[in-house]
Design a protein around this ligand. Structure first.
Ligand SMILES: NC(=O)C1=CN([C@@H]2O[C@H](COP(=O)(O)OP(=O)(O)OC[C@H]3O[C@@H](n4cnc5c(N)ncnc54)[C@H](O)[C@@H]3O)[C@@H](O)[C@H]2O)[C@@H](O)CC1
Ligand SMILES: Nc1ncnc2c1ncn2[C@@H]1O[C@H](COP(=O)(O)OP(=O)(O)O)[C@@H](O)[C@H]1O
Ligand SMILES: [K+]
Length: 451
């Protein structure tokens, strides 16, 4: 973010101009929410506080009764200018009062734990029933990691300035930010600060398409029959032209359109028409399962590795495999297991995913209430999906969708992005308390909404 701001300044825009854009842009939102009711602005010592004075002056000029609480005087030239342009009263003490409270104590400059008067203000804010707006990021949060460094009130609205920061998409703070809006500052390179996945545009098969061109997905089954069937159904409904289940068991519940192949897995996977392989859901963790995982990886096809298979992956298993074609889809526990297997240490999810990608070359889709994709290029973040996705089998559905998208174009990060959007949309269409089967059967209706 600092680099993006520096680039704007090098191109001739002053820091004061950026602060005016930020403050006026944010004041516009505050005004829409406050609608003439009293507002209180909490200002810190840095430029986040500077934004606060600009917001306060903008509201004052609109006729608002504005109170400003600033425990410390501004410490930067630009914030001092903003303070001097504010024509109202500034108190160094007091309680946040008013229908709307705007938190400008700290932005991305927060460097240590919030204590003393600042912590007191955030605690009072947390227990107040006012409408709470965080400017840039909630003030008790480290903007790169989402780590809480102080009290974290439940905000109603968070206004990101100029660019999304990583903390906007990381738990647990993501859940405390309320609605999120981006205030544009016209910064060059703003999209590089934290890349939010853009809504994908999918297309219908071309007129001359056939089933293999749309993609043949092979799903490698193991001990438990249910999970891979969910993946197969999701893959069929996410656009694959053909889905085969590679299983040594009988599957009386399998849909008629699913082709089941038994016997020699390696030979079956050598079919050159297969364009992606999914392994892991229902695989089990036995030696036999490990053999099936190795067969999948040795096929040399783009591979999605999920669930049980994540507990079997290690340096030996990926030795000699082109890992740029592998997507792994761990939830928190599976991510911890992978980090252990590959000797990766980090104290937060984003860094764990990044280091795991650096060490292995695999594309990492770290799932959960916050989902992050780390592959070629910068990390990609996503808006939160429905919390009803927290149901058994929902990950099997996601893995099937990724395999289908990967079969279509072979690009791991793009496949993950498309799949997360389809998964979230299928959940939205499925409403409340859906089963994983219902989720899988909504995937084609979800896909229709991206055409
Ligand atoms: N630099 C720019 O060009 C722009 C910056 N903007 C705003 O500026 C913010 C970043 O400003 P700053 O870099 O000045 O940083 P902040 O305003 O986020 O905070 C840094 C200040 O707080 C102090 N501080 C840090 N942690 C503390 C703690 N735990 N307890 C007490 N004091 C603490 C620091 O010593 C410093 O004075 C952004 O989040 C955004 O709101 C916007 O005005 C847009 C333009
Ligand atoms: N609280 C939540 N909010 C949004 N999405 C969630 C939440 N909990 C889980 N998910 C999503 O649901 C899926 C669960 O996958 P996983 O943990 O592998 O479950 P399973 O192994 O039972 O299929 C993931 O895509 C995850 O991102
Ligand atoms: K803030």
């Amino acid at each position: 973010m600092r680099a993006a701001e520096r680039a704007a300044m090098d191109a001739g825009t002053s820091e004061w101009e950026l602060m005016l854009r930020a403050g006026e842009g944010a004041a516009h939102y505050v005004h829409r929410v406050a609608a003439g009711r009293g507002a209180c602005v909490l200002c810190g010592p840095g430029n986040n506080g500077g934004d606060g004075y600009v917001i306060a002056e903008s509201l004052r000029r609109r006729g608002y009764a504005v109170s400003v609480i600033a425990p410390l005087e501004p410490a930067t030239d630009t914030a001092r200018k903003a303070r001097s342009e504010f024509r109202g009263e500034v108190a160094s003490d007091g309680s946040p009062e008013g229908a709307v409270v705007v938190d400008c104590l700290f932005g991305y400059g927060l460097a240590r734990r919030v204590e003393g008067k600042f912590a007191g203000l955030l605690e009072e804010l947390a227990s107040s029933d006012c409408f709470k707006i965080a400017i840039d990021v909630p003030s008790g949060v480290e903007s790169d990691t989402g780590k809480a460094l102080g009290p974290l009130p439940d905000y109603d609205l968070t206004l990101a300035l100029g660019a999304w920061k990583q903390a906007h998409f990381l738990m647990p703070v993501m859940a405390a930010m309320g609605s999120k809006r981006l205030v544009p500052l016209n910064l060059p390179h703003a999209g590089r600060v934290a890349r939010l996945s853009a809504r994908p545009r999918l297309s219908a098969p071309p007129k001359d398409s056939h089933k293999y061109r749309r993609g043949l997905v092979a799903v490698v089954a193991g001990d438990m029959p249910g999970a891979p069937l969910l993946s197969c159904e999701a893959a069929m409904r996410a656009g694959a032209g053909y889905v085969k289940l590679m299983s040594d068991h009988s599957h009386p519940d399998a849909p008629a359109e699913l082709v089941i192949e038994q016997a020699d897995l390696s030979e079956n996977l050598s079919d050159e028409r297969i364009s992606s392989v999914l392994v892991g859901p229902g695989l089990g963790r036995s030696d036999e399962a490990r053999g099936r995982l190795c067969a999948a990886l040795e096929s040399g096809k783009p591979c999605v590795v999920d669930a049980d298979a994540l507990h079997l992956l290690d340096h030996d298993v990926i030795e000699g495999v082109d890992t740029s074609r592998i997507v792994v889809t761990p939830h928190e526990g599976e991510l911890a297991a992978l980090c252990k297997s590959f000797d990766v240490e980090a104290d937060n999810k984003l860094d764990r995913a990044r280091k795991l990608h650096d060490v292995t070359g695999m594309t990492i889709l770290a799932k959960g209430p916050d989902t992050i994709c780390v592959g070629e290029g910068s990390a990609v973040f996503f808006d939160a999906g429905s919390s009803w996705l927290s149901v058994a089998g929902s990950g099997d559905v996601l893995a099937g969708i990724i395999a289908a998208r990967l079969a279509g174009h072979g690009e791991p990060v793009r496949a993950c992005e498309e799949a997360v959007w389809l998964h979230h949309e299928a959940a939205r269409l499925s409403g409340a308390a859906f089963t994983a089967g219902e989720l899988a059967s909504s995937v084609n209706r979800a896909l229709e909404n991206f055409l």
